[in-house]
Design a protein around this ligand. Structure first.
Ligand code: UTP
Length: 289
């Protein structure tokens, strides 16, 4: 089994990032000098994926514009000898084969993934949520793909979260199988703390077999009245091998204000143009507060 395709759902309304996300997709907000979405496309590319479908929505046209050429801008940069800027502007258009489809109604993550059926066909495929950025030595989706290919199974990326966070996530019931790999036996979406299966939460990365599409087609709305991907994966657990990988790396949910700011600071500290300056700035600030 070989994973060659990825789907990035980015059609959500982004209500936790209002009012900024009213007219700018939250996936296009700048993470230092690149939009959030570029980091996610780059993660998929770094894991060897060449064909990527982005699930988009009305009002989010800035996403496909960004991954296109910009001839007038490029001519101007070339004429003024700004070659580094020119390369940075062209790079997004040349990262991968990108495809776009609109989710015409915002009915939830499971419904969004259902839009990918024709693109995916009869192959296993990767899913990377459009607002979850990973900072890791090895691309997180690559860690999942390795396990999916080794075990010929669907794989979910998980990490342990503290008790107070459990009710924000999909949560797994699992048994150890190998090094950081588990067999998933059941799942819950946003459980109450008293009912949680475990503290292992699903954090924005999946590799699924195409059987998921038949389940999504018949999936009834779940938590929040939305078609939940977790509910269909729960059904998949009873029929097929579903594993979880406790992945290495730090995940940032840039779809909420705190996650966005944490990521901005960490990425700016790593960035050659801002890192040293920001360290000094933060030291001075720390003295004031
Ligand atoms: P989120 O719940 O994080 O995104 O969904 P949201 O719905 O945009 O955010 P809030 O809660 O209103 O702030 C997880 C992922 O699923 C996508 C989102 O774009 C995000 O990447 N999604 C969600 C869709 O593509 N379609 C949907 O109908 C819902």
């Amino acid at each position: 089994m070989k994973v060659r395709k990825a789907v990035i759902p980015a059609a959500g309304l982004g209500t936790r990032m209002l009012p900024a996300s009213k007219s700018v997709p939250k996936e296009m907000l700048p993470m230092v000098d690149k939009p959030v979405l570029q980091y996610i496309v780059e993660e998929a590319v770094a894991a060897g994926i060449e064909d990527i479908l982005i699930i988009t929505n009305r009002g989010k046209g800035a996403m496909d514009d960004y991954f296109d050429y910009a001839p007038e801008l490029e001519r101007r940069l070339e004429a003024s000898g700004k070659m580094a800027e020119l390369a940075a502007v062209r790079r997004p258009a040349e990262l991968a084969n990108l495809y776009f489809i609109r989710q015409k109604e915002t009915k939830g993550l499971g419904h969004a993934i259902g839009q990918a059926r024709r693109f995916v066909g009869d192959e296993p495929f990767a899913i990377l949520l459009g607002d979850d950025i990973m900072r890791a030595e090895r691309p997180v989706i690559g860690q999942l793909i390795e396990a999916a290919e080794a075990y010929d199974a669907s794989v979910i990326g998980v990490q342990q979260v503290p008790d107070e966070m459990v009710s924000k996530y999909g949560v797994i019931k699992a048994q150890p199988l190998g090094n950081k790999v588990f067999t998933v036996t059941d799942m819950q979406e946003k459980p109450a703390l008293t009912e949680k299966f475990s503290n292992y939460a699903v954090l924005g990365r999946y590799v699924l077999k195409p059987e998921i599409f038949d389940l999504l087609d018949h999936q009834a709305p779940g938590v929040g009245g939305e078609i939940q991907l977790t509910d269909s994966i729960k059904t998949l657990c009873g029929k097929n091998k579903v594993l979880a990988v406790d992945f290495e790396g730090r995940r940032y949910d840039t779809g909420n204000l705190r996650g966005f700011l944490e990521a901005t600071i960490d990425f700016a500290l790593d960035h050659p143009e801002t890192g040293e300056w920001l360290k000094g700035f933060l030291r001075d600030k720390a003295k004031e507060v």
